[in-house]
Design a protein around this ligand. Structure first.
Ligand code: M6R
Length: 615
């Protein structure tokens, strides 16, 4: 989704902003632009391009000679993911005031833009774009007297909706103003200046010490200083957060795609997420961030998991964990739906919000709704300091390192692992025995080696992918713990290869979708050694009887499967509770190879954004 970057300092603002835009590319975008100011020049230079940042770089090369580039010490940039208005040049940010003296970039949605636009038009302001964002810059120009921060404060007071904005003015070439309501903004002060961004990945190559604005904050940044006030101009203090990513983690490191790199990082990520958290002798886990003692855990009467997309499928696995290991009535909620229903939340309900980015708007809204209704709310997030992590104030970080590929991979396997660790912790405070706890914790310690074994199958999976890469429809089927694995496998395939793929409960197929089966509709059956295996084999037979080729994801050495499928991807033997992890890694590889064979844009699939910050 849209990205913001801003820089002020002694470095070359144009180069720093463009390299920041590249770091934000993974979020998904369809146009890009920047605005630059120089102290001795009372004009803003604004350049924009439709499409990729390479097009913006060509625009810069045409309009800004290298000899002049150094004179710009302040800049803001934006990657736009279209919401209001087509993805074209006029709608690309920055938007400039009619006199060209103010420029803004905006993430979020201004809900009352239409009324504001009418009001401003009546006052003589002219609009160039179809965006909701353009009203902000005209409002700032309208409110400006001689203080940029005050003008921004007065303008945003009139906005309904969500925003993260960065504002510059040729009248103040030593200042960037940023403000936040519902759309993240963070800031880092580094040796040669101050850098702001909507996402830490655009800052960590400058500094690891970052301040996250809270909703309702206005930042005034100069080359050497930052001041934060609330919208009422009262100074506020925000904590410095240390981001433990290094620059190598946000680069491809020799891999062709971020997705490939991140899949292959899973053994390491699974070791990180469990490090220091598995107490094998006690048959228990240690998750201090939950800030809950066994007494409090024993008082929780029900569990609600809320998430979107891949995180929701991790939550589906989590629901089974809480039921099986902690005997807790549990439910997985599609976060987008949660606040629009009338969910039954009681004081002894615990909500766990699951989000890799920690910024997903729908998940955040579910968190706020559950908090409003008095639930205990925890988070499972990857991005340290993200909005959900900060708003819940308790929970568990994945420590999986940055996930840049739009298709979530290592976050899923780590989320499932955290959910298992949480369920064991709750279980041990309730009815899970020491012996059962020890076995489970022992199995969790094997996850890195299980992941390694599946990744070693990549070449075999490629051969199978070659057979099916031209198919246009797939079904993924599974039962029990393999049901969410089937859902996730189908999501992975469709998002990066653009093949229509549906995940189904294996038994549900015959209640309708079976009508679609024929020889060009392959089935991926998640059928390792587990309690639902025999029944799934029955469902595979039903598919084969309709001529659908069946690709089984099965346990190594399981000969029974040979007879009932056309191709087999093998995973190592493991406890059925944790089988979603190797099965999903196999599905990730399958989807990746198919997408690559089809020539798809794997890290930035069309229309998709890495972090979905609008409803
Ligand atoms: O950052 P989140 O985990 O909250 O994101 C949720 C979904 O947007 C995300 O998982 C999405 O479905 C991925 N593209 C799936 O690969």
């Amino acid at each position: 989704m849209c990205g913001i970057i801003g820089y002020i300092g002694s470095g070359n603002a144009c180069n720093i902003v463009v390299s920041g835009l590249h770091r934000l590319e993974y979020r998904g975008y369809d146009s890009a632009g920047l605005a630059l100011c120089a102290p001795e020049n009372n004009k803003i230079l604004s350049l924009k391009a439709e499409g990729k940042i390479a097009a913006l770089e060509e625009e810069i090369a045409r309009n800004l000679p290298d000899s002049l580039s150094d004179s710009y010490s302040l800049g803001i940039g934006h990657t736009r993911w279209a919401t209001h208005g087509a993805p074209n040049l006029t709608n690309a940010h920055p938007h400039l005031s009619n006199d060209g003296q103010f420029a803004i970039v905006h993430n979020g949605i201004i809900e009352n833009y239409s009324a504001l636009k009418n009001k401003l038009t009546r006052k003589g302001y002219t609009f160039e774009s179809e965006t909701d964002s353009e009203v902000i810059v005209h409002l700032i120009a309208e409110c400006y007297e001689d203080d940029l921060r005050r003008a921004v404060a007065a303008a945003i007071e009139q906005l309904d909706g969500t925003f993260g904005i960065a504002v510059v003015s040729s009248k103040h070439p030593d200042t960037i103003i940023a403000a936040r309501k519902g759309s993240p903004i963070c800031v880092g002060v580094c040796d040669n200046g101050t850098i702001i961004a909507s996402d830490v990945s655009a800052i960590v190559n400058h500094t690891n010490k970052v301040i996250f604005l809270d909703d309702g904050d206005i930042l005034t940044a100069s080359a050497t200083n930052i001041d934060i006030t609330n919208f009422k101009s009262i100074p506020v203090t925000r904590e410095l957060t240390h981001i433990d990513w290094d620059v190598g983690e946000i680069e491809k490191g020799g891999y062709e795609h971020f997705m490939l790199k991140e899949m292959f990082e899973q053994p390491h990520a699974l070791a990180n997420v469990t490090r220091g958290r598995l107490l094998i002798d006690d048959g228990n886990t240690k998750l201090s961030g939950m800030q809950m003692d066994p007494y409090e855990m024993s008082r929780i009467a029900s569990m609600v998991l809320a998430a979107c997309g891949t995180s929701m499928y991790a939550g589906m696995v989590g629901k089974y964990y809480f039921e099986d290991l902690a005997s807790l009535p549990s439910d997985i909620q599609q976060a987008a739906e949660f606040r629009y229903r009338n969910p039954i939340i009681q004081r002894d309900t615990c909500m766990i919000a699951i989000s890799q980015s920690g910024e997903t708007a729908d998940t955040l809204a579910a968190v706020r709704e559950a908090q409003q209704k008095g639930a205990t709310v925890m988070g499972i997030c990857n991005v340290v300091g993200s909005t959900i992590a900060r708003e819940v104030g308790r929970g568990v970080y994945l420590h999986a390192g940055p996930e840049i590929g739009v298709a979530s991979t290592k976050a899923f396997t780590c989320q499932v692992t955290v959910l298992a660790m949480m369920a064991i912790l709750f279980g041990r405070a309730r009815r899970l025995s020491l012996q059962a706890g020890r076995e489970l914790v022992g199995e969790l310690s094997r996850l890195p080696e299980l992941a390694e074994a599946v990744l070693a199958q990549s070449d075999n999976i490629l051969k199978i992918a070659e057979k099916y890469a031209q198919m246009e429809n797939f079904f993924y089927i599974g039962r029990g713990y393999m049901f969410p694995a089937a859902m996730e496998g189908a999501l992975k395939l469709k998002e990066i290869s653009y093949i229509h793929a549906e995940g189904y409960h294996a038994a549900e197929l015959k209640h309708g979708p079976i009508a679609l089966l024929e020889e060009n509709v392959p089935i991926v059956a998640c059928v390792p050694e587990f309690s639902g295996k025999i029944k799934t084999i029955g469902n595979m037979q039903e598919c084969r009887a309709r001529k659908s080729p069946v690709i089984a994801i099965a346990t190594e050495g399981d000969k029974e499967i040979d007879e009932v499928c056309d191709d087999i991807i093998r995973i190592p033997k493991c406890n059925e509770l944790f089988a979603p992890i190797p099965v999903v890694i196999a599905e990730q590889l399958f989807a990746y190879h198919i997408a690559k064979l089809r020539g798809c844009s794997i890290d930035q699939p069309r229309n998709l954004a890495k972090s979905v910050t609008v409803e």
